[in-house]
Design a binder for this molecule. Structure first.
Ligand code: 13P
Length: 253
């Protein structure tokens, strides 16, 4: 029997919040009693607000994550941010392969793999995002598509290094729609992820896609769901605090 996995709630702010708005969020969060002993919390502000989030939350155990990064350490890559730059800022987590990066910025599975390798090389924990489209879902292809994405994301990576990662299952049709997957269905697919690649047996698996304070506990009560990658509901400090509390309750159920 493995040790129980500590719940993890990651707020992916996407392209939201200026530095001033980040400061306001962080100052509000600081004033709240949060269940840090039972739940790990990470926020992923835009690159421009990482320093502000780090400084205001310096004495709290809130992890700092980036939403993307380059696979290269440096060079002629206009507009990109290297893992070295993130390490210098104190970033410990990075979302890799978010469906918005894949769909809007042409990020392919091979690139996702290179970024996972780069993050591991620099000691940043990759949160590898996978998920099927609505069409694939309706066609019954979700499991096959997600297994393929996971297999390609971790291709050539030793199981001991795979075990240092986090995987987020985000069905694309559930993102930002208010139409979350059902917890048992998400769990069934996520148990497939756990078995897809050697090393994933004990990693934390996050669900993402319209997760909210109202449904987080139901997701966390599932055996293969260890947390959430949350967009919209992570932007308000009261809602983020409620997500942490709901994750704590759900994991105890
Ligand atoms: P929502 O929580 O807004 O559906 O976004 C999910 C997501 O894409 C997190 O990465």
């Amino acid at each position: 029997m493995s040790a129980p996995r500590k719940p993890l709630v990651v707020g992916n702010w996407k392209m939201n919040k200026t530095i001033a708005q980040t400061r306001a969020f962080a100052e509000d969060l600081r004033a709240r009693a949060l269940p840090f002993a039972d739940v790990d919390a990470v926020i992923c502000p835009p690159f421009t607000a990482l320093c502000e989030a780090r400084d205001v939350l310096a004495d709290l155990p809130v992890g700092l994550g980036a939403q993307n990064m380059s696979w290269a350490d440096g060079g002629p890559y206009t507009g990109e941010i290297s893992p070295l730059m993130l390490v210098e800022l104190g970033v410990d987590w990075v979302v890799i392969g978010h469906s918005e990066r894949r769909a809007l910025f042409g990020e392919l599975d091979e690139r996702v793999n290179e970024k996972v390798v780069a993050a591991l090389r620099h000691g940043i924990t990759p949160i590898v995002a996978v998920g099927e489209t609505g069409q694939e879902h309706v066609a019954g292809l979700a499991t096959a598509r997600v297994r393929e994405q996971v297999t390609l994301a971790f291709a050539g990576i030793a199981p001991a290094d795979v075990a240092r990662c986090v995987v987020a299952y985000e069905p694309i049709w559930a993102i930002g729609t208010g139409n979350a997957d059902s917890p048992p269905e998400a769990n069934a697919l996520m148990s497939e992820i756990r078995g897809a690649v050697a090393g994933l047996e004990h990693v934390r698996l996050l669900y993402g896609g319209s997760m909210s304070p109202g449904n987080v506990a139901d997701f966390l009560a599932q055996p293969d769901i260890d947390g959430g990658l949350v967009g919209g509901a992570s932007l308000d400090p009261a809602s983020f605090a409620a997500l942490l509390e709901g994750a704590r309750r759900g994991a105890l159920a």
